[in-house]
Ligand binder design. Sequence first.
Ligand code: ADP
Ligand code: ASP
Ligand code: MG
Length: 406
Amino acid sequence: MALRVQKYGGTSVADIERISNVADRVQKAYDKGDQVVVVLSAMAGVTDKLISLAKQASENPDKRELDVLLATGEQTTAALLAMILKSRGYQAKSFLGFQAGIHTDKASGKARIMDIDCKKVQKALDNGNIAVMAGFQGTDRDGNITTLGRGGSDTSAVAIASSLKADVCEIFTDVDGVYTTDPRICSAARKISKISYDEMLEMAILGAKVLQIRSVEFAKKFNVPVHVRSSFNEEEGTMVINESADMESAIVSGVTCDMNEARITLKRVPDQPGVSAKIFGPLAKAEIMVDMIIQNTRSDGETDLTFTVTKDDFERAREISEAVAKKIGAAEVLTGTEIAKVSVIGLGMKSHSGVAAIMFEALASENINIRLISTSEIRISCVILSKYAELAVRTLHTAFGLDQEK
Ligand code: ADP
Ligand code: ASP
Ligand code: MG
């Protein structure tokens, strides 16, 4: 008997018919003799709708109450699936985050799971129930409802799988697995059969939203095998596991694109010790994460400093930068929101040179101008204008030999 955690995303539970399909799959696993914990997202579009309602109610919705509201999306689907299973004669029980013992920190809207007390879920399983858990939510130490950030049901699933020592955590979604790039952007994308936690983590960080970043961090830390697969067919998907000898160690194994960043440039910053601290200190204090940073010292001794932040943090980051620019005597602050970060990722890069040159040549061949560059041991990222994002992804996919054979 295996213990399986199965997570179904928004499109997989978009209406009653699809929730019934989920019930079919869950039943099948249960009838085989496995113990099953199901983790559900809200119906597709519901979280967005709730956010829009909150914005109609208040210009700046209270964060605690926003989490109370957003958590209802997952409460709905969990109750509906449990009802369907029960009406078919199966023993099933729904659990909200707090009932499943998901304890988080206090960071409303982006809470982190601190610990899980899975006794109640374990007991329900031991009594022959299918446990149906609302994803994306938990409670903080004071009992306030919290949510885990967009895409957070992935993290709920991996976390409960780790806590219950499940044999596998299956992430059922609307694509067949993890692809070499987003299959919706590039029709030549190939499904990857096995991918290491490290590569998957880079892909998630760099914009492949198929798994939430924290879910991959969790899976890596606690060694949870994750199987990403389609909820609409029976195909094997992608196993996300530790790096193993039989894994392809392609120089580049994936291409990603992130449209969620914006650029801020401080022009003619005085070239003195301590200026960077004066700029980035206030941003850090405001809990704004800065991603790429580039600094050019000009021949006249002044410096242009450019950095990127997420679009959510952009307005606040701009206000702070303008105030700092005045204080330190920078000439002006320029911004750009129509940007995209395209990246190539691969474990094989550790031992190969020349990858950056291939990337730059490929972009140049399409006349795509590179605004910013950053690298790590296993990835290279370039910021370009967003109107070229899809072209860049397809061009890089071909340039690194990732296209599917026709
Ligand atoms: P769910 O609602 O099931 O959580 P998401 O929309 O969060 O689904 O994630 C699945 C989507 O991720 C796919 O529809 C696909 O467009 C996108 N995606 C981006 N990059 C990749 C990739 N490399 N492989 C697979 N899917 C990707
Ligand atoms: N419903 C939440 C969202 O749309 C969480 C999730 O689906 O994982 O982000
Ligand atoms: Mg998702």
